[in-house]
Design a protein around this ligand. Structure first.
Ligand code: MGD
Ligand code: MGD
Ligand code: SF4
Ligand code: MO
Length: 685
């Protein structure tokens, strides 16, 4: 009992980190109804008592004064506060009117990798069952769309094949296009632990990253040359007879054509295409092929290209070639980015699939969902992707959009174009926890509860479904997204949205999603379960494809190198690549409202190689203008060897100097992912 007679109400609430897809276990400290701290969970299966700096600071934004606390509607051009009933009614009418006047195809939905499985499940159900459109997509399109497409073609499943903990016992780890220690720090720790135990690291990245310093072999390619150098690795393996013939014969098909294709990619030719010295490439190939247990870890450096799907297919080829799939400490491991991007995909927050990757254009599947949801006439045509919705909005074809937890005015490529698109919409509704740049174009703004204020589940990168728990009441009048979606659905007169808790929603999810069928909140506990988990007595699946692939045999793909959509020329002589920093998260709505992260860095910059800086007469710290064909921004120059000559790097966290004013929206033809990792640019003083 405290002296003043008042007892502090202090509790620890187990939950899951809200930032990256590693899915570390946190304990939220709650003092008198406020979240006051974040601690690590000691016995957590992924993080085992560790957190990165964002994890330790995960509570800091929760009570920020930038939180949205009341619903708002636009009146005479201004957002004014209103009550929930009016706000939900306005959204229901806005969406219904567009569907009625222009057809369901004129309505779109952005799901959210920041929200729970339950919320994403309901959002796609709202789109499909209430509006009858498959126009539902989310930031996975800008992220791992190429993984989902590529690995589905090669293996039949687009997820990380192995588990995070296995990395510690790999013999060789090939890290390509992943800045693991900054972007998935606790996974980065496991890779460093493996290195301490004797594992050999191969790092391939145009920027030298922290892991490069610990690598046996560090290769610096020209951005966008991935298919060339991965084919090159395969070329060396095949020409030196280092392939796993038994595995190829027993488990794969398409090897002959693949072999012919990679024969053209000799180390000498690859050196010309990628800038990687031929001898270094050959050494990396030998190191990878010689290991019993070699793991591939990759991320946005592979996926965010107009050749993103090809890049992923190339890595899958490499793993099959050496039999490094379907066994412990090996595999092809895309590190999923957002806290719940794996789950948002699993829940069908994608235009071509229902929950569990069941295709919308498959008659039997559609009929199954019609029966489960008690509706008729679910659309059989795949819907539009994020960038396609933006394009069609700009053309006036898409009329109404509902955004749940995304900030496209900072995160989408070519922001000037995004602005035109959002301005053109007849109706835009946004549900978010924070004030953000996208609200400026919204007709209705709905204040959402944050991860600390609601229950639900997130699925991490290793397919582990984990619970988050309500620690405190939502700020102001904020409501959980699942309540918001149910509220809209009911105002639209749709049946099947009568839920009183996330657990009830989860019970519906497991009925229609075979890979989640064996899970329940009770079983998830504080350790979670890895899908596929088809039955209540199934322990979950740490390693995929151990006996066979979902498509039977693994498929080799013969691939030809293609240049990026935009290459340097006289006017724009540099290659701009964009990405992230350890201390900030995407559009900064949360990390830039967290004092301990803002203290680390809060200013935009561009990394320039010393040779380029000398040519341009730019000094470290000087203000420069960076331009591309789409726009320009002013930032501080950071002169550093981290980038090679001819390459510049900008983080995209800072709205006031947004990298995405510059980026190229050109799309990968299969995955429709934009080329966020390369465009042509120039720098001026
Ligand atoms: N601190 C922090 N952590 C995050 C996030 C965040 O915003 N902040 N975001 C989360 C999300 S959603 C994601 S998707 C992940 C992203 O995680 P990462 O993909 O690791 O991060 P990025 O900085 O986008 O880019 C990764 C690397 O790709 C390299 N690269 C650039 N171009 C090429 C190329 O052409 N080829 C190759 N091979 N490599 C290239 C870059 O130099 C960079 O080192 O991080 C997650 N974690
Ligand atoms: N140039 C460049 N651009 C990129 C990338 C790049 O590498 N380079 N990477 C791309 C990638 S990989 C990604 S994943 C995207 C990310 O792009 P976004 O998803 O647009 O970025 P976030 O900042 O994570 O925005 C999510 C929004 O959700 C809100 N939010 C958080 N929690 C909740 C919640 O519980 N409920 C609701 N309703 N809202 C919530 C946040 O306040 C924020 O406004 O950016 C992409 N853009
Ligand atoms: S590694 Fe990712 S999940 Fe773990 S604490 Fe850091 S941001 Fe959170
Ligand atoms: Mo991402």
């Amino acid at each position: 009992m405290a002296d003043n007679g008042k007892k502090l109400d202090y509790r620890l609430v187990p939950s899951t980190c809200v930032y990256c897809g590693t899915g570390c276990g946190v304990l939220l400290e709650v003092t008198d109804g406020r979240v006051t701290g974040t601690l690590p969970q000691k016995d957590h299966p992924v993080s085992r008592g560790a957190l990165c700096i964002k994890g330790w600071a995960a509570h800091e934004f929760v009570h920020s004064d930038k939180r949205l606390t009341r619903p708002m509607v636009r009146v005479d051009g201004k957002l004014v506060e209103t009550d929930w009933d009016t706000a939900l009614q306005t959204v229901a009418e806005g969406l219904s009117r567009a569907a009625k006047e222009h057809g369901p195809e004129a309505v779109g939905f952005f799901a959210s990798a920041r929200c729970t499985n339950e919320e994403n499940y309901l959002l796609q159900k709202l789109a499909r069952a209430a509006v009858r459109t498959n126009n539902v997509d989310h930031c996975a399109r800008l992220c791992h769309a190429s993984t989902v497409a590529g690995l589905a073609m090669s293996f039949g499943s687009g997820a990380m094949t192995n588990s995070i903990g296995e990395l510690e016992d790999a013999e060789v780890i090939l890290v390509v296009g992943s800045n693991t220690t900054e972007q998935h720090p606790i996974i980065g720790e496991k890779i460093l632990a493996a290195a301490r135990k004797g594992a050999k690291l191969i790092v391939i990245d145009p920027r030298s990253i922290h892991l490069s310093d610990f690598a046996q072999i560090y290769l610096r390619p020209r951005p966008g040359s991935d298919v060339a150098f991965i084919n090159g690795l395969a070329n060396v393996i095949v020409s030196e007879g280092l392939e796993d013939r038994d595995f190829i014969a027993a488990r794969t098909e398409g090897f002959e054509e693949f072999r012919k294709a990679v024969a053209e990619y000799t180390p000498e030719r690859v050196e010309e295409l990628s800038g990687i010295p031929a001898a270094d490439l050959a050494a990396a190939a030998r190191l990878y092929a010689a290991a019993e247990r070699a793991s591939i870890v990759y991320c946005m450096g592979i996926t965010q290209h107009t050749t993103g799907t090809d890049n992923v297919l190339a890595l899958a080829n490499l793993a099959m070639l050496t039999g490094n799939i379907g066994k412990p400490c090996a595999g092809v491991n895309p590190l999923r980015g957002q806290n719940n991007v794996q789950g948002a995909c699993d829940m069908g927050g994608l235009p071509n699939v229902y929950p569990g990757y069941q295709r919308v254009n498959d008659e039997e599947t559609a009929a199954k969902f019609e029966a489960a949801w008690g509706v008729e006439g679910l659309p059989r045509q795949p819907g539009l992707t994020v960038v396609e919705m933006t394009d069609l909005a700009a053309e006036g074809e898409l009329r109404a959009l509902f955004i749940m937890g995304e900030n496209p005015m900072v995160s989408d490529p070519d922001i000037n174009h995004v602005r035109q698109a959002l301005q053109k919409l007849d109706f835009l509704a946004v549900a978010d926890i924070m004030d953000n740049e996208t609200l400026e174009y919204a007709h209705v703004v709905l204040p959402a509860a944050s991860f600390a204020e609601k229950d639900g589940t997130f699925t991490n990168t290793e397919r582990r479904v984990q619970r988050i728990r309500k620690a405190v009441e939502p700020v102001g009048e904020a409501r959980a997204d699942w309540e918001i979606v149910c509220g809209i659905a009911k105002k639209m007169g749709a049946a099947g949205f009568d839920f009183s808790s996330p657990e009830e929603i989860f019970e519906e999810i497991r009925k229609v999603t075979p890979s989640y069928a064996g899970m329940s909140y009770a079983r998830l506990g504080t350790r979670g379960l890895q899908w596929p988990c088809p039955a209540e007595d199934h322990p979950g699946t740490p390693i995929l494809h151990t006996e066979s692939f979902p498509i039977g045999k693994g498929k080799f793909t013969a691939l030809e190198f293609r240049e990026p959509a935009e290459t340097p020329d006289e006017e724009y002589p540099l290659v701009l690549t964009t990405g992230r920093l350890l201390f900030h998260y995407h559009t900064g709505t949360m990390t830039r409202r967290s004092p301990s992260l803002v203290r680390e860095i809060d200013r935009a910059f561009v990394e320039v190689n010393p040779a380029d800086a000398a040519e341009l007469g730019i000094r470290d710290g000087e203000r420069v203008k960076v331009s591309s064909r789409r726009g320009s921004v002013e930032v501080d120059a950071k002169v550093t060897e981290r980038v090679g000559k001819g390459v510049i790097f900008m983080p995209f966290h800072f709205a006031e100097a947004a990298a995405n004013l510059l980026t190229n929206p050109a799309l990968d033809p299969v995955a429709k992912i934009p080329e966020l990792k390369t465009c042509a640019a120039r720098i001026e003083k």
